[in-house]
Write a protein that binds this ligand. Structure first.
Ligand code: TYM
Length: 339
């Protein structure tokens, strides 16, 4: 059976971008047709300046985890867990650092962008920000993953995981499955409504350009109605020349169905397009928010899911990570029964 793995970082409240780019497919499709694992990747949240209490809060309760369940993940169908509960990720990451190169890490677009942002703020760049893609590769490779359903911004990292798997296998013998990224048909990169050439990101400063999954319907409507559009009167789908309009058309297509270019032909004003887009987003978020309310009232259920998820994940990752340790030349620990 196909093995699917994906993750979400608890660095902020989840956005419409996370949902349309990744989470929705996990819930609607991946969990049913594959042996799937979905992970709150909390170790990754420590790569930039962070507040420990906030990371814990975001990881454990409301935002990430509850919403993964609220978005429709069914623990009977898939494994949901927190990365730091399974030691295998960090164990494998070190071994993969011995396969990756410094140059490869410095070419990662997200590293370059985030490091530059951190430096502009006068902060220092954590070493873990540079090595982050290796930990992500470990997340993926530890589980013999075939497919990694992600948005556009993560494909370079999945490519790196592929490269490391191939290199490791060639040097040390076949150990890892070579994974591939899968993307959504539309909305692989949802853009910020106020700045449609930038990604709608949850770690960005809160702003009117980001739709959060828990935004009230009226807040969603306001944000979409105030979206920056391009100068011009006609409604056409052109990502390069008319990025604001293209973003709205993609969001509408992802939420209500259809093809962005064809949908463009159905509108002759920006106002009508925005109104329909806002309503489509409100409808997509409604069931997520309802389920989130129910789950918030049941922390024990969530604890149980996490406990079982971590146990299952440990059992799946351990043999592969042990095999990688042996293959690269590390001595197996001596068991009392071996003497
Ligand atoms: P993260 O937490 O930034 O995002 C989680 C998922 O949401 C997608 N996404 C988007 N898709 C479309 N439009 C957007 N504006 C948008 N913003 C986010 C992301 O592509 C991602 O699929 N490094 C990863 C987390 C990670 C991971 C992994 C993923 C760690 N280990 C192993 C897959 C497999 C990240 O920061 O995602």
């Amino acid at each position: 059976m196909t093995r699917v793995f994906s993750g979400i970082k608890p660095t902020g409240h989840l956005t419409l971008g996370n949902y349309l780019g990744a989470m929705r497919r996990w819930a609607a499709d991946d969990q049913y047709r594959s042996d799937a694992l979905f992970c709150v990747v909390d170790l990754h949240a420590l790569t930039v300046d962070h507040d420990p209490a906030r990371v814990r809060r975001l990881s454990r309760q409301s935002a990430s985890l509850l919403l993964l369940l609220a978005a429709g993940l069914d623990p009977e169908q898939c494994t949901v867990f927190v990365q730091s509960h399974v030691d295998e990720h960090a164990r494998l990451s070190y071994v993969l650092e011995c396969v990756a190169t410094d140059g490869e890490m410095r070419r990662m677009i997200q590293y370059k962008e985030k490091a530059a942002r951190e430096q502009r703020r006068g902060g220092s760049v954590r070493l873990s920000l540079l090595t982050y893609p290796v930990l992500m590769a470990a997340d993926i490779l530890a589980y013999g993953t075939d497919e990694v359903p992600v948005g556009d911004d993560q494909t370079q990292h999945v490519e790196l995981a592929r490269d490391l798997a191939v290199r490791f296998n060639q040097r040390y013998g076949h150990t890892f499955t070579v994974p591939r990224a899968t993307g959504p048909a539309v909305a692989a990169r949802v853009m910020n409504l106020q700045d449609p050439v930038s990604k709608m990101g949850k770690s960005d400063d809160a702003g009117p350009g980001i739709v959060y999954l828990l935004d009230e319907p009226d807040v969603v409507r306001k944000k979409v109605m105030r979206a920056v559009t391009d100068s011009g009167q006609d409604v056409v789908y052109d990502r390069e020349e008319r990025p604001g309009l293209a973003n709205l058309l993609e969001i509408l297509a992802a939420c209500a169905g259809g093809d962005p270019a064809e949908l463009a032909g159905a509108y002759d004003s920006y106002g009508a397009l925005k109104k329909d887009t806002a309503e489509a987003v409100v409808e997509v978020l409604r069931p997520v928010q309802e389920r989130h309310r129910a789950l918030s009232a049941d922390p024990e259920y969530v604890d149980g899911v996490l406990r079982e998820g971590a146990e299952r994940a440990r059992g799946m990752a351990r043999p592969t990570v042990d095999a990688a340790y042996r293959a690269i030349g590390l001595l197996a620990p001596v068991d009392a029964s071996d003497r």
